[in-house]
Design a protein around this ligand. Structure first.
Ligand SMILES: Cc1ncc(COP(=O)(O)O)c(C=O)c1O
Length: 490
């Protein structure tokens, strides 16, 4: 670590610190830096004069912060030589403060997650190896210190005000909407949100429009509730709502406009407006599943929520793709008239809001700026992976498959070229299963006019892993294609 990197870290820390007293702020930021860096080797800090000039903070304040660090035995100072970290003490201090020991090296984290996470081209699995566990853990400690045992109580409200406020800020800035925390309901998952829609809004046989191909979890759930689903094809602009004008009594339109699942097509602004107009004319709701809109930071991708001035949109956001999928934390943004009914129903079926403990940590994690920082980092990583995927696709798969035009996404639908038999899909899935590889069939997402191929999720894989999975897939297809062709044309 050189002085420049140290300076960057301190500047960043100061920007996100909520401490108002400047000396304490500088002290806390440097302390965090030492703990996060797990400084095993001695580090020579820049002089107080250099730091003062670089940060635009008085030298006196820097001196006082160094003194506090010295009092805590985190640094020692030698007159005329400088300020130094105390090498072995920092890791020991962390361990003494808690019984929780974090894996110290990323390499260990990689091992920890490798088995769970690296499931070939697992669809829907986000990156977790870069998750800032240490910051999450610090926030957890802070939440316990500041909130005490209250955070273990059940929460029967719409959800924690702090978390709802942070979500409103996020959606308003990133999705160009004007959302109030009062319209937000915290739920466990998108799945629970959809189930609540079914219970509060629909009766069996009610008519709902869905995209074809569709998000299977939503389709299965709506079928289970006895809804009458009308599947409508998509084109390069998204759901072709003009094909639904002959329908009547439509209760809701379920869409994934930011990134259509599974094709990755981004709905055009024109189509979004048509859907809003259609819902108004039909007096129906729009269920907007915005599951991965923030991850790739696409341009011209405003949410339908912000375009709908008539309060017909039920917006569903999930943290499954952004933080850890195991957190089970999602949210609904509801028209004001529906908030009470949805809150009551959520409590009937689940007893309360999701764990107040996790809500508090997540709320503070967002408030401290860690979430925004992580999202920016993830956007960069996902873009890099998407580009690597496309590169290796052209190198290894394009002789068998093609991809339709779409926006960068976390999964890509790969369509068999015309000369490949449809049967290859099933036989490939089975051949892959024999090797413990799970392949996602493309045809399973179609209610009508199926296409064959597979949906490949790659966001949990780094570029090297993407290449290695591509090579495996290439090998599998070559072998299976020979076998299938021999059966079909003996
Ligand atoms: C279309 C779609 N919606 C929502 C989600 C998130 O679901 P949940 O919040 O239930 O984890 C996913 C996750 O893969 C998805 O693909």
């Amino acid at each position: 670590m050189n002085n420049n990197e140290f300076l960057q870290r301190v500047k960043n820390g100061l920007k996100h610190s909520s401490e108002r007293r400047l000396t304490l702020k500088v002290f806390q930021v440097i302390k965090n830096f030492l703990q996060e860096s797990d400084y095993i080797q001695e580090f020579k800090f820049p002089s107080s004069r250099f730091l003062s000039e670089s940060l635009g903070i008085s030298r006196d304040t820097i001196e006082k912060a160094y003194e506090l660090l010295e009092n805590e035995k985190l640094v020692y100072r030698v007159k005329g030589k400088g300020t130094f970290s105390i090498p072995s003490q920092i890791p020991r201090t962390i361990q003494e403060e808690s019984n929780f020991s974090l894996p110290e090296q990323l390499i260990q984290l990689e091992t920890l997650f490798f088995d769970q996470n690296l499931d070939f081209f697992a669809d829907g699995m986000p990156e977790v190896r870069n998750f800032p566990f240490k910051k999450w853990y610090d926030t957890e400690k802070l939440a316990l210190e500041q909130n005490g045992l209250n955070i273990f109580l059940k929460d029967n409200t719409q959800g924690l005000p702090l978390l709802r406020q942070e979500i409103a800020n996020l959606v308003n800035t990133q999705r160009h909407s004007r959302v109030q925390p009062e319209n937000i309901l915290i739920v466990n998952s998108t799945q629970q949100a959809l189930y609540l829609c079914g219970r509060v809004l629909f009766h069996p046989n009610d008519r709902v429009i869905m995209e074809n191909p569709y998000y299977s979890n939503a389709s299965h759930l709506f079928k289970m509730m006895g809804l009458n689903i009308h599947y409508c094809d998509i084109d390069a602009q998204g759901l072709m709502i003009e094909r639904c004008h002959h329908l009547t009594d439509i209760k809701a339109i379920y869409v994934t406009p930011a990134s259509q699942y599974p094709t990755g097509i981004q709905m055009s602004m024109q189509r979004k407006k048509e859907i809003v107009a259609y819902a108004r004319q039909q007096n129906s709701f729009i269920i907007e599943d915005d599951y991965d809109a923030l991850l790739l930071n696409r341009s011209e991708n405003d949410a339908i929520l912000g375009l709908d001035s008539c309060q017909r949109t039920i917006y569903i956001g999930s943290f499954s793709k952004y933080i850890l999928p195991s957190l089970r934390m999602s949210y609904m943004i509801l028209p004001s008239a529906l908030v009470d009914a949805f809150t009551r129903y959520r409590n009937y079926i689940d007893g309360s809001a999701p764990s107040q403990y996790f809500q508090t940590i997540l709320g503070k994690f967002m408030q401290r700026g860690y979430y925004a920082e992580y999202l920016t980092q993830m956007q960069r990583i996902y873009h890099e992976r998407y580009e690597a995927f496309i590169f290796y696709f052209h190198q290894y798969l394009s002789e068998f498959c093609f991809i339709h035009e779409h926006s960068p996404a976390m999964q890509v639908a790969c369509y068999f070229k015309e000369n490949l038999p449809d049967e290859l899909e099933e036989s490939l899935v089975q051949a892959a299963a024999l090797k413990n590889i799970s392949l996602t069939r493309l045809s399973q997402f179609y209610a009508q006019h199926p296409s064959y191929g597979f949906v490949l999720g790659f966001s949990s894989l780094n570029p090297t892993e993407i290449k290695s999975c591509m090579l495996q897939l290439h090998g599998l297809i070559t072998t299976e294609l020979k076998r299938v062709n021999n059966i079909i044309v003996p």
